[in-house]
Write a protein that binds this ligand. Structure first.
Ligand code: SF4
Ligand code: MSK
Length: 631
């Protein structure tokens, strides 16, 4: 069995970053570390959430001398409004990504650039949404399913469909508390309306609308994004990959796809496999084309193709600093606007592909579904042609890379459990073996570790410290986003990593043949975690808010994360945060997010910026939940 020595430590990752920083200094390039210094200390008003510029009488900020803005809004109203707007923006981002994917489904045709790959999933969704499929062409069904999905954004009457997938108790909570989302765009617009000057100043009302909007993301936009992506590109299955900067190859054309929406990156991956382009790469002197993923696009293409994952959020600049990134092609979200300027210090071609993420200095190739494959071919050719422009004097590729096993959507988890005891009792399958293991205490519980990196804490350190401690305590981890990628980089996302587990979890990993951290995908795939917890609740007969299962975002940074955190607590699952939300200038808001929401949904935030203390509170929280249900 491999041991600690086989993994890549945080210190080794930091050494790698320091060497790449030397590259930056050599070429006179600025990196995020320089900008962090320039921005430190952060504005205290912003950090506390007590500045407002919602109208031009302001900006107003709460100070000992001025306790209210010009309109009379106090710290509580201002912090609550700012927080709600973060939820609206996060929900819009995830959900608009889903809307684009629905349009792709609507454009599918036999022999078209996009086709239906998972027909069974499409037919299940059609049945769930009341779309007739018998005797119909699969593409007619796909188009009608896409139309129903698109209506989830703006239907004028009724309420959203996917929340019906939740257990009965959760649905009753949402009904009773008036949290059942009506339509995604409507919930977002309601927040913007409520927070316009001269409207809501009551934190409770904003907290409630924030949760409802979050739910329209988790049990709406994100879930739609995940389902439709599976229908279009296939539901992922367990497969191997690799991760970290050592996956860049000196002798190959390195093409990095970065962002979130897999529609274009899927086509880029397809194009790199074409013989004509492989031959072209050889003609320019390369051994082939090495396509790699960054951030959540990496998770998407790794899960479906085994494409290697070059890094997570705070590694995006490092990739260019190696001097061997021939092209970085981005879609949407989490892309530093600093990248084109950095790319210009090297030979890297930086290409944007979406009207949603336009960045000065980039080459813009606007992606259209009808011509996607042709455009992808053009992009890959551009990357190949850039291979010759590398500057030998600017190359440094860190050696670190780790093998990983990825691709555990709910369906794959059930299949793995079926391998132990045949528990496939109905079409949905069952999590009973997992429930039995938790009940018996072999596994104490489970934690979904998700989210970004944030330079406010030592990058990746919190993820790692928390993962290491949870595994030791026999707590299974499911991971998505950049947290999953830290696990990849460290070497925790492979089956040999069972050395890191306590005896109980190690036995389960052996028996089920899984790594101790299950890679469930990208940020939108946190919706898979919701369905996993809902399924366990159904099979166990214990409410979601009583299960020894919690969420954790140790290094979160984005507005999407605030939306996610709200749909997770809206689903009755506690969320442990390693970064403070920007509301602490209001004692009322601090109380609402940690305690107040418990009266509404049965869950809240636990915040601690010290990873050691945070993980202790997670373990204690799981044990307290076990005790409360008598196990
Ligand atoms: Fe100031 Fe009120 Fe305008 Fe905000 S809405 S900027 S607190 S006057
Ligand atoms: S990419 S949202 S930095 S997880 Fe999804 Fe990573 Fe956070 Fe972006």
């Amino acid at each position: 069995m491999k041991t600690l020595e086989n993994m890549t430590t945080i210190e080794q990752m930091e050494e790698m970053t320091a060497k790449l920083k030397e590259q930056a200094v050599k070429v006179g390039a600025e990196t995020y570390e320089d900008r962090v210094k320039a921005q430190t200390p952060h504005c205290k008003f912003g950090e506390d959430g007590v500045c407002c510029k919602n109208c031009s009488m302001g900006p107003c900020r709460v100070t000992p001398k001025g306790q209210r803005g010009i309109c009379g809004a106090d710290a509580h109203a201002i912090a609550a409004r700012n927080y709600a707007r973060m939820i609206a923006a996060g929900t819009a981002s995830h959900s608009d990504h889903a809307r684009e994917i629905l349009h792709i489904l609507h454009s599918t045709k036999k022999d078209g650039p996009y086709q239906v790959r998972d027909e069974a999933k499409l037919l299940r969704l059609a049945a769930e949404w009341g779309v007739k499929s018998e005797g119909r062409d699969i593409y007619d069904v796909a188009h009608e399913v896409a139309e129903v999905g698109l209506m989830e954004f703006g239907k004028p009457f009724g309420k959203m469909l996917f929340p019906k997938r939740a257990p009965k108790e959760r649905q009753e909570c949402w009904e009773k508390q008036d949290l059942w989302p009506r339509a995604i765009d409507r919930e977002i617009a309601t927040i913007l309306h409520m927070t316009h000057m001269g409207n809501t100043a009551d934190p409770e009302a904003l907290i409630r609308q924030g949760i409802r909007t979050g739910l329209s993301n988790g049990w709406g936009g994100s879930m739609i994004g995940t389902e439709i992506t599976d229908i279009l590109f296939g539901t992922p299955v367990e497969r191997t990959s690799e991760g970290n900067l050592g996956t860049l190859e000196k002798e190959m054309v390195n093409l990095v796809v970065h962002g979130h929406d897999p529609a274009f990156s899927e086509m880029v991956v397809t194009a790199t496999e074409l013989k004509e382009l492989q031959d072209h790469a050889k003609k320019v002197g390369a051994k082939g084309i090495n396509v790699l993923g960054l951030c959540c696009t990496a998770n998407e293409v790794a899960m479906r193709h085994g494409v290697r994952m070059v890094g997570n959020f705070l590694q995006q600049e490092n990739v260019i600093l190696t001097g061997v990134c021939d092209m970085m092609c981005v879609d949407v979200q989490c892309i530093f606007p600093a990248l084109p300027k950095l790319a210009a210090c090297f030979h890297t071609k930086f290409v944007t592909s979406s009207p949603i993420a336009r960045i000065p200095g980039a080459t813009h190739v606007e992606f259209h579904p009808e011509t996607a494959l042709e455009q992808a071919k053009e992009i890959v050719k551009m990357a190949i042609d850039n291979f010759k422009n590398r500057d030998e004097g600017k190359i440094y590729i860190p050696e670190h890379k780790q093998p990983a096993v990825v691709g555990y959507p709910c369906e794959q988890i059930i299949t793995k459990l079926d391998g132990v005891t045949n528990s496939h009792i109905d079409e949905l399958g069952s999590y009973r073996p997992a429930v039995d293991a938790i009940k018996a205490g072999v596994i104490r519980g489970a934690v979904g570790i998700v989210g970004c990196n944030n330079p406010k804490v030592r990058p990746d350190f919190s993820h790692f410290a928390i993962m290491e401690e949870l595994l030791k305590n026999d707590i299974l981890i499911v991971a998505t986003g950049c947290a999953a990628q830290l696990a990849t980089k460290a070497g925790l996302l492979n089956k040999e990593a069972k050395w890191a587990c306590g005896d109980g979890l190690r036995r389960v990993c052996d028996l089920v043949d899984i790594p101790p951290i299950l890679h469930m995908g990208a940020c939108v795939d946190i919706s898979r975690i919701l369905l996993l917890v809902a399924g366990i609740s159904r099979d166990w007969g214990v409410n979601m808010n009583q299960l020894p299962i919690v969420g954790c975002a140790p290094e979160w940074m984005s507005e999407k994360a605030v939306s996610i955190a709200n749909y997770v607590i809206g689903s009755g699952i506690d969320v442990y945060l390693g970064i403070q939300p920007q509301v602490m200038g209001s004692s009322e808001m601090a109380g609402w997010i940690t305690e107040g929401t418990r009266k509404i949904t049965g869950a809240g935030f636990i915040i601690n910026t010290d990873p050691k203390e945070l993980v202790k509170s997670i373990v204690d929280g799981i044990e307290a939940k076990r005790a409360a249900i008598g196990i």
